[in-house]
Design a protein around this ligand. Structure first.
Ligand SMILES: NC(=O)c1ccc[n+]([C@@H]2O[C@H](COP(=O)([O-])OP(=O)(O)OC[C@H]3O[C@@H](n4cnc5c(N)ncnc54)[C@H](OP(=O)(O)O)[C@@H]3O)[C@@H](O)[C@H]2O)c1
Length: 406
């Protein structure tokens, strides 16, 4: 079969996140493995502006701009015929994502996105996993950052806020959908469970106030653990060597399934209080159409100034950085309690770090396709866990540290 002309296509390249993804991709253009790239969206003028913004201060490189609208399935299928891999930045995904996943699966094209919406991810797995395996299409959602402790506050574009509001509005549907699915085998988690702790607490260890929050991470990790329970040695690569197989088995035998929960942390008590009040407003208002209208029309009032309809400026994005702490509780070989604390740090999470992650996942997909599963709708953990993704992220400004191991 003839090779498609572009290594990858960025769909939704005109969006706030999309243009950061374009900027990250341009850093590597013409360096292996990115020999060719195209941008796609529904407006050529906006695509041109995006490319100019992303290339600045250099002149925009001659990159093909392709018209595609997710409400026109034919245009998305055409896009799939041009490339091996689509990076989807069109959201909210519950509204616009299905058509793109469907076109990729039907044509055997690979697909990555930055979705943070559990219902979309779980539905895509239920509906398309079987066909994706048959067609050899790898569909991996959630290649971004979800929840973090962030320095200098949080910057959030309206698109992410809208996706979050719609997620809360449809929380009942997600519960119903989960109940309708056949039960999956859970992994064996050895040892007693650690108490979740109070809803709001001061974490002296990190010097932050933290509050427990519902998170897309929990859904993604649960799905990773389900897949692992069904395939304790991970999933077969499409064309692995004996060394690749050994490496995959070694990696997965070192992974200990764990219960997982997420908290968001802030240095200031007032900051966390503001976040809680914002969460209460979303919880109260998002379920009714009028409440959603209020939230989406007056975001600044209901978020107590945390966000507004105006996109964050470049300076605001550049001023933010994040820390993500992982506190693991378990026991050693002699049964003594053990706590391991690790930390990931990096630049602004929602747009800069997310773009770095998405592009590095894409490069692994382009260079190491043979060690990755032939197809399926899978989580980033299952697909990229045994690869060198962590090293690549470290090389690109995201640090991973073990803070304590007692
Ligand atoms: N997990 C993470 O870390 C993370 C981080 C950031 C964002 N996100 C998610 O990414 C999504 C996008 O967020 P954003 O802030 O970038 O939103 P945004 O600025 O509103 O961008 C939306 C993009 O979707 C495109 N689009 C809308 N309808 C379309 C259609 N019918 N056909 C083709 N393209 C269409 C828009 O194109 P036009 O320019 O033509 O309108 C635009 O390019 C959201 O779901 C958000 O939650 C996730």
């Amino acid at each position: 079969m003839e090779e498609p002309p572009y290594d990858l296509v960025i769909l939704g390249a005109t969006g706030f996140t999309g243009k950061y993804v374009v900027r990250e991709a341009l850093k590597f253009l013409n360096i292996s493995p990115l020999k060719s790239l195209a941008l796609a969206g529904r407006n050529l003028t906006k695509l041109n502006e995006s490319l100019k913004w992303a290339a600045h201060p250099l002149p925009p490189p001659p990159i093909p701009l392709l018209l595609a609208d997710v409400t026109d399935p034919h245009s998305i299928r055409r896009l799939c015929s041009y490339t091996k891999l689509i990076l989807n930045c069109v959201g909210p995904f519950r509204r616009y994502g299905k058509a793109v996943v469907e076109a990729c699966v039907e044509t055997g094209c690979d697909y990555l996105d930055i979705c943070g919406e559990p219902e979309f991810m779980e539905r895509m797995e239920a509906e398309y996993d079987k066909m994706a395996v048959e067609k050899g299409s790898l569909v991996v959602s959630g290649c971004g950052v979800q929840n973090v402790e962030s320095k200098n506050g949080i910057v959030c574009n309206f698109g992410s806020f809208e996706s979050a509001v719609l997620g809360v509005a449809n929380a009942g549907e997600l519960r119903q959908f989960r109940r309708s699915r056949p039960p999956r085998r859970s992994p064996l988690i050895v040892g007693r469970s650690t108490p979740k702790g109070p809803l709001l607490e001061y974490k002296k260890q990190f010097g932050v106030w933290s509050v427990r929050i519902p998170s897309a991470d929990s859904s993604v990790i649960r799905r990773t653990l389900f897949t692992l329970a069904e395939n304790p040695q991970g999933l077969l690569g499409s064309n692995e060597t004996l060394d690749d197989i050994e490496q995959r088995k070694k990696f997965w035998s070192s992974v200990k399934p764990a219960r997982f929960g997420v908290k968001i942390g802030m240095k200031s008590f007032l900051g966390i209080l503001r976040f809680i009040v914002f969460g209460i407003f979303i919880g109260m208002l998002a379920k009714k159409a009028f409440g959603r209208w209020l939230l989406l029309t007056f975001p600044s009032i209901f978020s107590l100034g945390l966000l507004n309809k105006k996109s964050p400026s470049e300076d605001e994005v550049n001023n933010v950085s994040f820390k993500m702490w992982f506190v693991g509780h378990g026991f050693d070989d002699n049964g003594n309690d053990k706590e391991i604390v690790t930390r990931i740090m990096g630049p602004e999470p929602g747009y800069i770090t997310t773009s770095i992650i998405l592009i590095q996942c894409a490069f692994i997909l382009l260079t190491k396709r043979q060690v990755l599963p032939k197809g399926g709708v899978l989580t980033p953990g299952i697909v990229f866990g045994p690869t060198h993704l962590q090293q690549k992220l470290q090389d690109n400004g995201i640090s991973f540290d073990v803070i304590s191991n007692n």
